[in-house]
Design a protein around this ligand. Structure first.
Ligand code: NAD
Length: 281
């Protein structure tokens, strides 16, 4: 853990616990929020939103520079941490270190993800493995490591998993990505039932198109000119997408109101209800 923590040092009572007692239940003062993939985009905006409401935030990312930069921008109550969510052992160590330094988190946002676009027939088993390792198994590892901590703490918590409108909107050229997100949605539904008894709420958030840098980590299967595809996709996302702050605000709302599944756009909600074939998101 890059950061220095004030909590649980030398057996002293938790500063967070005292702050939390004073803050009551409506604000996030005294709460600890862990966000993966927080070096950029939706994760960074989410860490910013919780910090602005008084929370301490762990800004976790595979990209050390991005994590440090984001934490520095957010402020002194933001702690950068480098972790690859696809690595089960690393995620277990991350949770143990966070618990040792801060205590169990109150909110965990499993947000880290990568893109994968291209024809199904061109998408290799390795492509599938990569997108499932990060987008699905990264969420599984986060839920396992932090869900156990929350359940054992006796104080419960809230896990937010970032899926996508692609999880329920069939689309050309997104078979691997959309499948990984559909699995995150079902995983969240299963965990919601299972972890409720342990005091842990689970929400899946399903954004539509959001203007972020996800195109930088997107594999355009079968495309000779990856850079050109990336540039065009980035421009299209910037033109068509809404800002990551909107998703962050919805995540905060979901945690406050305990909404279990949250399509972030009206279009996404309509698409989920209609469940019809949609050529492109
Ligand atoms: P982004 O690329 O801006 O941010 C993703 C962050 O995750 C990056 O900082 C990246 O370094 C980090 N990351 C990637 N692989 C990682 C790993 N293995 N371990 C730890 N960190 C890792 O993208 P974003 O758009 O903010 O995406 C955030 C989440 O939102 C993703 O799960 C994505 O699938 C989902 N989402 C995005 C959109 C969109 O249109 N941008 C729509 C729906 C859902």
């Amino acid at each position: 853990m890059v950061a220095e923590f004030v909590d649980h040092v030398g057996g002293q009572p938790s500063t967070r616990g005292l702050q939390r007692a004073r803050a009551g239940t409506t604000g996030f003062t005294g709460r600890l929020v862990v966000v993966t993939g927080a070096g950029s985009g939706i994760g960074k905006a989410t860490a910013q939103a919780f910090a602005a409401l008084g929370a301490e935030v762990v800004v976790a990312d595979i990209d050390a520079t991005a994590a440090k930069r984001a934490a520095a921008e957010i402020g002194p109550a933001a702690y950068p941490h480098v972790v690859d969510v696809a690595d089960a052992d690393a995620m277990t160590r991350f949770a143990e270190e966070a618990a040792a330094e801060h205590g169990a988190p109150d909110i965990v946002v499993n947000n880290a993800g990568i893109g994968m676009a291209g024809s199904f027939l061109d998408t290799t088993p390795e492509d599938w493995r990569r997108v499932l390792d990060v987008n699905l198994m990264g969420v599984v590892h986060g839920c396992r490591a932090f869900g156990a901590l929350m359940a054992e703490s006796g104080e419960g918590g809230h896990i937010v998993n970032i899926a996508s409108a692609a999880a329920y909107t069939p689309s050309r050229a997104l078979s691997a990505y959309a499948s990984s997100k559909a699995a995150v949605l079902m995983l969240s539904d299963c965990l919601r039932a299972e972890l409720a008894d342990r005091g842990v709420a689970v929400t899946a958030v399903c954004p539509g198109i959001v203007a972020t840098d996800i195109t930088n980590t997107t594999t355009f299967v079968g495309a000779a000119d990856q850079e050109g595809m990336r540039r065009r996709a980035t421009a299209a996302y910037a033109r068509r997408g809404f800002g990551p702050e909107k998703v962050a605000a919805e995540i905060v709302r979901a945690v406050r109101e305990g909404i279990p599944v949250l399509p972030v756009t009206p279009e996404a909600r309509a698409a989920r209800l209609a469940a019809r074939f949609a050529p492109g998101l």
